[in-house]
Design a protein around this ligand. Structure first.
Ligand code: GLC
Length: 556
């Protein structure tokens, strides 16, 4: 396998709005990020992914871009951004930005021009179609609820949007659109950006007939991903994108890809694939509800472990995936993937270990290194996220009580991951001197960076040891390129695997169960490299509840 500069890197996602505010407006900003670069460096971070910082009305928290060439004033200025690039470079770190090019904001000048003249040049930058007998052109339901088609007043025409109505989809079939987007991408890469996380990218290929599908809900609509599933040819667009942009810069690209056709994995992430990597969402998709969050199935340990193993075994034949526990669209992993008895420091360390040592590129989401959890939410009014408000309505329409619908949102909301980072135990957790845009997590006074900073037993200190191990001279090779081999699959509460390369074998074993387990001596431990046990790690395969060990070993 051809080696690439990103294979052995550790990435960290920053959600700028919630990271650190330095000007008291309650919203995180670029100077805040710059002031924490040493913190990130000490955590072992090589690549920083910034969720969108472009100018935006923030209907979908910046995933609705009004100007691709401007920094949102809430976050700072282009000078701040250039300073961030310079400061990261000094520390041998790279920055990637979010690339949101399936859609833009309805406030983008292209869309404003399209609305002003729905027959003109800019109308063809979007998908604008005539209605059918006074109804929308098809019955697709957007990801955020309601029809994908929004009427253009006074015209009998509609425009297409797969997300909010303020996020009109761009017409990728129009060469002028592609040309504009490629120029913009290259402009950022010329500036010194290392690459992009590419948003919702599978959606760019539309079925230009825009057919209707069998309704799948009481609203008579059908989920828009059904069109994504049924259409072919996204690969041609993705190759065109890569060949006009990323390829010339050796850029690191990570695609947000759901609904990929299984056979297309090599085309996406194989040698010279469309992207450097894509996220592995296989564990997250286990809780996809048929109709929404309200009927989301719980995730069993067994299904979670199987999903990860299957994905690791499949992907290692092809390329690299990017491994996450959580991101800005997901609830916190500690609250989601750990059983009740493991939702504590030891559990957070255990989950971090088994995730970060998988084969692939680890992405840590801000606050994960502190063991952040979901918040306690008391009212639907506390949420800001457009998707959460839609899911609340959907749950009520399905007959849930207000209390039940709130519980659904408390469990599943994206805002769980978006509460501000608690830096200290002071006022507003040191996040802002103003009023935070979203409530702080209720546990912020106990769970914060300052209290963990100098505590060798903290989750933060443990994460530093974990990333240091992964990147150490001695072990980086096996953790980067070593084969993945499941272990102890017959043990009902053990998550264990080996990373194997040439004569080296490292066992990672964690006990997600409530009881102590003594593992079969399939392996002889030579040396324990890391463990979350409070006392000095002994060379034993007896794991108490929430224990994890990483050990050099050989087959017994
Ligand atoms: C992606 C983003 C999400 C956003 C959506 C629309 O899924 O991660 O936050 O709402 O795309 O841009």
């Amino acid at each position: 396998m051809l080696r690439k500069w990103w294979h052995d890197k550790i990435a960290y996602q920053i959600y700028p709005k919630s990271f650190l505010d330095t000007n008291g407006d309650g919203i995180g900003d670029l100077p805040g990020i710059i002031s924490k670069l040493d913190y990130l460096k000490a955590l072992g971070v090589d690549i920083i992914w910034l969720s969108p910082i472009y100018q935006s009305p923030f209907v979908d928290q910046g995933y609705d871009i009004a100007d691709y060439y401007a920094i949102a004033e809430e976050f700072g200025t282009m000078e701040d951004f250039d300073a961030l690039l310079a400061e990261t470079k000094k520390r041998d770190m790279a920055v990637i930005m979010d690339l949101v090019i399936n859609h833009c904001s309805d406030k983008h000048i292209w869309f404003q021009k399209a609305l002003a003249d729905p027959e003109g040049e800019y109308a063809d930058y979007f998908y604008i179609r005539d209605g059918k007998d006074g109804c929308p052109p098809s019955n697709l339901r957007s990801y955020f609820g309601g029809s994908c088609w929004e009427p253009i007043p006074g015209t009998g025409k509609y425009y297409f949007h797969m997300f909010a109505k303020e996020q009109p989809d761009l017409n990728w079939e129009n060469p002028a659109v592609r040309h504009e987007l490629y120029a913009m991408i290259n402009w950022w890469l010329e500036k010194g950006l290392a690459g992009f996380r590419i948003d919702a990218i599978i959606n760019i290929k539309k079925d230009l007939d825009f057919p209707s599908f069998a309704p799948d809900g009481p609203d008579g609509l059908a989920a828009c991903w059904k069109m994504v599933d049924s259409v072919n040819g996204v690969g041609d667009l993705l190759e065109d994108l890569k060949n006009h942009t990323f390829r010339h810069y050796n850029a690191f690209t990570v695609g947000e890809v759901f609904n990929m056709k299984e056979a297309e994995l090599p085309a996406f992430i194989g040698e010279d694939g469309h992207f450097s990597t894509i996220f592995d969402f296989s564990a997250h998709c286990l809780s996809n509800g048929e109709h929404g969050w309200y009927d989301a199935p719980p995730i069993s340990f067994e299904n979670w472990r199987r999903a990860i193993f299957e994905s690791q075994l499949k992907v290692q034949k092809v390329g690299f995936e990017a491994n996450i526990i959580e991101n800005h669209d997901e609830p916190r992993g500690v609250s989601r993937f750990l059983p009740a008895w493991a939702q504590n420091d030891a559990g957070a360390k255990m989950l971090g270990t088994v995730s970060l040592l998988l084969r692939g590129i680890p992405f840590i989401y801000q606050g994960q290194e502190l063991g952040m959890t979901n918040n306690n939410w008391h009212s639907i009014d506390e949420f800001e996220d457009i998707n959460t408000l839609d899911q609340y309505r959907t749950a009520l329409e399905a007959g849930l009580s207000e209390e039940e619908a709130l519980a659904v949102c408390a469990r599943c909301s994206r805002d769980n991951a978006r509460t501000p980072i608690p830096w200290t135990d002071g006022p507003c957790a040191g996040f802002t001197t103003g009023t935070p845009w979203l409530p702080l997590n209720e546990n912020a006074s106990a769970l914060n960076a300052a209290s963990q900073e100098n505590d060798p037993a903290s989750t933060l200190s443990y994460y530093r040891r974990l990333t240091a191990l992964r990147k150490s001279q001695e072990w980086r090779e096996v953790f980067t390129y070593g084969r993945f081999e499941p272990a102890y699959e017959d043990e009902p509460a053990i998550m264990a695997y080996c990373r194997v390369m040439d004569g080296t074998r490292v066992l990672v074993a964690a006990n997600f169960g409530r009881d102590t387990v003594t593992l079969r001596p399939d392996y002889t431990i030579k040396r324990v490299l890391l463990s979350n046990r409070p006392t000095e790690p002994e060379n034993t395969l007896t794991l108490k509840s929430c224990d994890v060990i990483v050990a050099e070993c050989c087959l017994s």
